[in-house]
Design a protein around this ligand. Structure first.
Ligand code: GLA
Length: 389
């Protein structure tokens, strides 16, 4: 009996050693590009190679966009006779390892998509029941990032299914950033900090400011759904309000800049989702704004909270390392408004701060004097405050 208890104890101990995610992979919110928002399942090896090239040549990689993630649609419609996942032979004639090698040769990291259910949302083989086999395959392809979706899960338990995949990735021994795409259905913020490095908090974002589709939501609705979740985010575990629509046709340039600003305030993962081959200089400027990115990537890892919500005026506040603060005013209305800022009203400020306007990229004054500024419809004013020395 004693032997049995000891044996059982050892098994449990071994299992608990396996039950962990890879640590240290996302100390700041992950940044990269993902194929879904623009291309859906219409992806090819050529597109991925070209995108990797542009991530480097445009300066995006230097700005922090490291992960190139291939979303749904890369697979063949069925597994091979051994049950292995197979790349679509027409879209990816050289297989996923060749794509991954190319991405790595550019100094980028390689990400892929699959699903905790039986099939992905676009009807390709999902991971359910194949987790350990698939994790080994991903490791052999050099996968660095796995986005794991939630379609066709039947009565499956989210926490259990995602934990199984976490364990499988860990057992395969290649560090993989694990991105849970469970749409917030089972409140992953309450249980997923030990499971993955980021978790979706909502259904899919779409490229419009305030529309609602059957399954997708404009940026303003997604934003609303983040309220109150700030306490769950931090280094290694982030709320994911879905990818960027910056540069996609349904957003104006102003709205693109606002989405970027607000996602940076939220310490959101910054996954660009535009066609980099057609990116205008203005969009590249938004995506690579160093001041905004520094706010997103701040080492304190705090997500902004909604400080005030009044009519069409929303104010977000994000605490930064070194005693700095980021504040962002967002005009959700159809008309511009004048904002008079009496800095003394922000009682968390102590003493005088220098004000840096993130989009003008210059110091515009100090908090000793009121600021007056016009904020256009759907636009933002985003500032960083640093203690005056
Ligand atoms: C779901 C996800 C999207 C995308 C698609 C792919 O809708 O939420 O981000 O991955 O599946 O089919």
């Amino acid at each position: 009996m004693k032997k049995f208890v000891l044996f059982f104890g050892i098994i449990l101990f071994a299992a608990s050693l396996l039950a962990q995610k890879f640590q240290g992979l996302a100390l700041t919110p992950p940044m990269g590009w993902n194929s879904w928002n623009t291309f859906e399942v219409n992806i090819t090896e050529d597109l991925i190679r070209e995108t990797a090239d542009i991530m480097v040549s445009s300066g995006m990689k230097d700005a922090g966009y490291i992960y190139l993630v291939i979303d749904d649609g890369w697979e063949s419609k069925s597994r091979d006779e051994m049950g292995n996942l197979v790349a679509d032979p027409v879209k990816f004639p050289n297989g996923m390892k060749a794509v991954s090698d190319y991405v790595h040769s550019k100094g980028l990291k390689f990400g892929i998509h699959n699903c905790a259910g039986r099939t992905t949302c676009s009807g390709y083989p999902g991971g359910m029941g194949h987790e350990f086999q698939d994790a080994l395959m991903y490791a052999s392809w050099g996968v660095d990032y796995l986005k794991y979706d939630w379609c066709d899960h039947g009565t499956g338990d989210a926490r259990q299914l995602y934990s199984t995949m976490r364990d499988a990735l860990y057992a395969a021994k290649r560090p993989v950033l694990f991105s849970l795409c469970e749409w917030g259905s089972n409140k992953p913020w309450e249980w997923a900090a030990d499971v993955g490095h980021m978790w979706r908090t909502t259904g899919d974002v779409t490229d419009c400011y305030n529309c609602q589709g059957e399954y997708d939501l404009g940026m303003i609705f997604i934003l609303k759904l983040q309220e109150g979740l700030e306490k769950y985010a931090g280094p290694g575990h982030w709320n994911d309000p879905d990818m960027l629509e910056v540069g996609n046709p349904g957003l104006t340039l102003t709205e693109s800049r606002s989405q970027f600003s607000l996602w940076c305030m939220l310490a959101a993962p910054l996954m660009a989702g535009n066609d980099l081959r057609k990116m205008s200089p203005d969009i590249l400027k938004i995506l690579t704004n160093r001041q905004a990115i520094a706010i997103d990537q701040d080492s304190l890892g705090k997500q902004a909270y909604l400080y005030m919500d009044h009519l069409s005026k929303r104010i977000y506040v994000k605490e930064l390392s070194g005693g700095d603060w980021a504040i962002c005013w967002h005009n959700t209305g159809d008309q511009a408004y004048f904002q008079r800022i009496n800095w003394a009203h922000f009682t968390f400020l102590q003493g005088e701060y220098e004000i840096r306007d993130v989009w003008k990229d210059k110091v515009t004054g100090t908090t000793a004097k009121n600021t007056e500024v016009e904020i256009a419809s759907h636009d933002v004013l985003m500032v960083r405050l640093s203690k005056k020395r």
